[in-house]
Ligand binder design. Structure first.
Ligand SMILES: NC(=O)c1ccc[n+]([C@@H]2O[C@H](COP(=O)([O-])OP(=O)(O)OC[C@H]3O[C@@H](n4cnc5c(N)ncnc54)[C@H](O)[C@@H]3O)[C@@H](O)[C@H]2O)c1
Length: 429
């Protein structure tokens, strides 16, 4: 199949490389000309495990091309995926200006039948606007279908998630679009949920909001555990064996972040409000998450009393491990809170430092975890990168001014840390 993917970001580039890997001929379009030029030269715009290899391989075999022109991509392909960003506005509403712009361009480039698929995460019933706008700008008689195919990949495991998903959700209005999209995914074996368009859009909202709810729930349990002397990790383990609950997403920590949960939750609340429904549970999820970040900063303060001129070594900046994505990472708010109390911050992240430098002022970025810990009054873990679990803790302790560790991701064992002579505080234990 000839597929055009619009947007060469975390979703668009992965979608393009994976569809090419499945044997399709793919043109990946982005209006960021520098990004496209770099991709053509083989330089990746962000870090995602396994993606560079797929892009290189499929560039070589001719199945993956890049272009800065939507017109070019749409003219050559019958199946079009919209994967541009939908960032949040101040009030939580999703900013759909990029989607709208792309849709107008698609409309003006139509020649023959096209299936236009909404893959970006958008408010429910956006498909109606896409259909209406394509009709409006393409002139009478244009032959096209609009479909919805939300993406569930996770940064850090995006390639695997795309090629081996738990499910594929497809919202269509007719048999023609259903057949075409199923054919695109034919080689992927997993449950395929075929439904109507608003239901497909709702599945994405409801899934992400539910996952964020699980995180805020376990963080609330953690806060209570601290007060009553229980250990949240054992509580989560005990809960997780119940298949109705499940083990995933029950790790207490410094709160969720990234480009998806905060914005998708805000958008879902906004949509509910617009439709006259007060989604109270999700408002509480948001509130708990904001408070959780403040609680982590407070733990540092409780350990060191006065923060002015204290040196804090932050390990991990990205919103989760295995990505360099800093968008809405909890580390940003936590570091800013510590700085506002006068603390001096040193930091290390295995992948996200280039992006962090654009967002954080007054931070000394270090070459590794040990140099970030050197001379510190406290080490604060904010991302659970595997390499932090393997640190030589004796060496870390010798390098620090005083051995205080606040483990915002519960990567260390409290008993072991105490034995090694650390003043150690995790989350919820
Ligand atoms: N990042 C994730 O983990 C993830 C997972 C599932 C769904 N989503 C959703 O997918 C969508 C894309 O997310 P992302 O993380 O890939 O965003 P991103 O910011 O990484 O990428 C968006 C890309 O779209 C391009 N773009 C913007 N306007 C354009 C235009 N007019 N023409 C052509 N290209 C344009 C940008 O230059 C950028 O490269 C969002 O709606 C997001 O919520 C993201």
């Amino acid at each position: 199949m000839k597929i055009c993917v619009i947007g060469a970001g975390h979703v668009g580039l992965v979608t393009s490389a994976c569809f090419a890997q499945l044997g399709h001929s793919v043109i990946n379009v982005d209006n960021d000309k520098i990004r496209i030029r770099n991709l053509m030269k083989g330089s990746m715009p962000f870090f995602e495990p396994g993606l560079e290899r797929l892009v290189k391989e499929n560039r070589k075999n001719g199945r993956l091309g890049f272009s800065a022109s939507v017109v070019d991509g749409v003219k050559k392909c019958g199946l079009i995926f919209i994967c541009v960003g939908t960032p949040p506005r101040e009030d939580g509403e999703a900013d759909l200006s990029s989607v709208e712009k792309v849709v107008r361009k698609i409309a003006r480039s139509l020649s023959g039948y096209k299936t236009i698929v909404e893959k970006s995460t958008v408010p429910v019933n956006t498909w109606k606007w896409i259909k209406h706008t394509v009709g409006l700008y393409s002139g009478q008689g244009a032959d096209f279908d609009v479909a919805v195919n939300p993406e569930f990949l996770r940064e850090g495991s995006a390639v695997r998630d795309f090629l081996k998903p738990d499910r594929i959700v497809i919202g269509v209005e007719n048999e023609r679009a259903r057949k075409i999209i199923l054919e695109a995914y034919r080689k992927i074996k997993c449950p395929k949920i075929i439904t109507n368009l608003p239901t497909a859009e709702m599945i994405k909202h409801a899934s992400n909001s539910f996952l964020a709810t699980k995180i805020s729930y376990i963080n609330s349990v953690a806060n209570l555990c601290e007060k009553v002397g229980a250990d949240v990790q054992s509580v989560a383990q005990g809960m997780g064996y119940d298949p109705r609950i499940g083990k995933a997403f029950l790790s207490a920590g410094a709160g969720y972040g990234g480009f998806c949960f905060p914005k998708d939750l805000a958008a879902f609340i906004y949509i509910a409000e617009k439709n006259g429904y007060d989604f109270a549970i999700l408002k509480a999820v948001q509130k708990v998450n904001e408070e959780q970040k403040r609680a982590v900063a407070r733990k540092v303060k409780e350990a060191l009393w006065v923060l002015k001129d204290k040196v804090i070594g932050v390990l991990g900046l990205s919103f989760k491990p295995d990505t360099d994505d800093m968008r809405l990472a909890p580390s940003i708010d936590i570091i800013k809170a510590l700085q506002s109390d006068g603390a001096r911050i040193k930091a290390f992240d295995p992948a996200a430092m280039a992006n962090a430098k654009k967002l954080l002022r007054g931070v000394r970025f270090c070459k590794n975890a040990y140099s970030a810990a050197e001379g510190c009054d406290c080490v604060l873990v904010l991302t659970e990168w595997d390499e932090f679990r393997d640190l030589d803790l004796g060496k870390l302790k010798r390098l620090m001014k005083i051995p205080v560790i606040i483990d915002g991701r519960n990567i260390f064992k409290p008993e072991q840390m105490k034995k090694l002579g650390f003043v150690y505080k995790g989350i919820g234990r």
